[in-house]
Design a protein around this ligand. Sequence first.
Ligand code: HEM
Length: 607
Amino acid sequence: MCSVSQPVYPKSPTKSRWHAHHHDFSSRNDKVQSPSHHRLVFVKKTKKKETIMGSSSNDDPGKFLREYAQWEINAFLWISLITITYLLLDKVINLLRLWSHARKIPGPPSSSFCGHSRLLSRQSLTEVLAESHEKYGSVVKLWLGPTKLLVSVKEPALIKEMLLKAEDKLPLTGKAFRLAFGQLSLFASSFDKVQKKRESLGMELNGRILERRNINYAKIVDSAMERINEIMGKGSIDCRMASQQMAFTMLGATVFGDAFLAWSKATIYEELLMTIAKDACFWASYRVTPFWKRGFWMYQHLCTKLKCLTQDIVQQCRRNCKSFCNTDQSSHAVNAGLETALGGPSCSDVLKPDNVFSQELNGHINVKEEPCGNIMGVMFHGCLTTAGLVGNILARLATHQEIQDKIYSEIIKAQNESVKEDQISVDKMLLLLATIYESARLLPAGPLLQRCSLKDDFTLKTGVTIPAGAVLVVPIQLVQMDNCSWGSDANQFNPYRFLSETGRQSDQAHNNSFAGATDDHVDPGQSSFVLNDPNDNTAFLPFGSGSRACIGQKFIIQGVATLFASLLERYEIRLQPGLENNLKPTMNNCVVQLLPSPKIVFVRRDS
Ligand code: HEM
């Protein structure tokens, strides 16, 4: 290939130009094919080369340049070879470390090269993990392939520790967001990338809760009910469809303000968001982004459409802000915060009404970041998760009429006591809040919390070392339905578990047991009852925990409670007539679910 490599590979079939040029010389000396002879040849060639080099640099500058270029190529090849060897060695060392740490973690034996993939093709991951934890304890491993280690943690105290120490999300999660919405400073895999934005958005959300800068939920309910009635006019509606409408309207109004409620393209926006949600993980699961697939470009086209629509509503926000400022200059200073938390075509120069949240998501974007990326990310995550929660609350209220009636009494009582007329405070609606916690506990947003540590290994208190790059999961459904943490009725709907009599509250928190308050006859309207903080129970994880926990938890619980207070004040939620006795709760993927999603009707209380 080249003169520098000849001494190392004297028998190389590739003849260099240098070798060919000195054919006569070689043929005279290359008669004995022994290694020592080759060494001799090398010395002679080198000598000859020196002579030639000397003369060529003097006589023929072109030749000198050619020699020089050859030397450069050689150097480049050597450097590449060394780098590739280094990278491969690094991979091998990491793999050996992974294997050696994994050996110490208990788990079912894997007989094939592909690990437990055969087992996983027969049962769902949650089922496999349920059996493995039963047999091997609170930390178990599974092999998803020869180099892919999955570690599952089920014991609440260990989960808390793990979720604090493992700061990164799986690369797949970050990639799904990046492919759909561009570079974001929220929802990326690496903690370093999201830390700042998490802090600023978290502060803004908490500030909003403290200052009670609330959204007009009555308007949101009206707007969502308009759509729901439209759908009901064409046929029936189930909890899933109704909750999607409510969650989307609520999130839209939170992020973009009232402009969203009057936006003519809201329905298209919702459909696009849901279509993208269905495909996001599929396209992200390709190791190499499949640019050659037509489907991928169609998906990208949808994402671009969503970007354009987001920019459109942001523009509407701006216009609303401007006209608002012309009429009311007094309250704009209150709202400068959210502007810097989300990022996008910033409205920072514009004064805005209280509930425009998009500006916080759009603020401080760097060059690489997608202008409306964070807004789309929050709409995407917020709509899907909130729809899940709202849907489950609707189903529980429709099937537990007595609880719905009690909540209604609570709302009326709070309303009568409320000083401020336009916005009821939900803090006193204990049973409503308990119902939200219980619905979140019974049907979390996903079956697993997923984490990893991209760079460093870390060791848990029990002495188990989790190697960097391992996929860490918490089987959240198993944890949230574990009898040890929630009592013998763990898989039943019982919101009273989050309520306790004033004197017993501290005992309950101390015992970390939410099994005590199972009395259906409790009247939460009595002042002797208090609401337990669900986060006192380490097994309450619908919003995650630790360094990557959901920053929208408090905000969304307040929001969903206010939404339901506003809805139940005017509507009663009932199962569709004739369906009452046909509902069969089924165990699906270790969770008791009402499947298919129950059909419901909204009956106006004043009708
Ligand atoms: C019912 C509604 C919601 C549920 C059930 C929910 C649940 C979750 C969960 C499980 C996580 C992952 C936590 C972990 O891995 O430990 C998460 C992350 C996150 N949530 Fe939510 N969420 C909801 C609504 C919201 C809303 C409305 C916002 C924003 C306003 C929000 C902002 C975030 C952010 C920014 C993260 C990512 C944190 C990160 O990657 O560092 N969430 N959420």
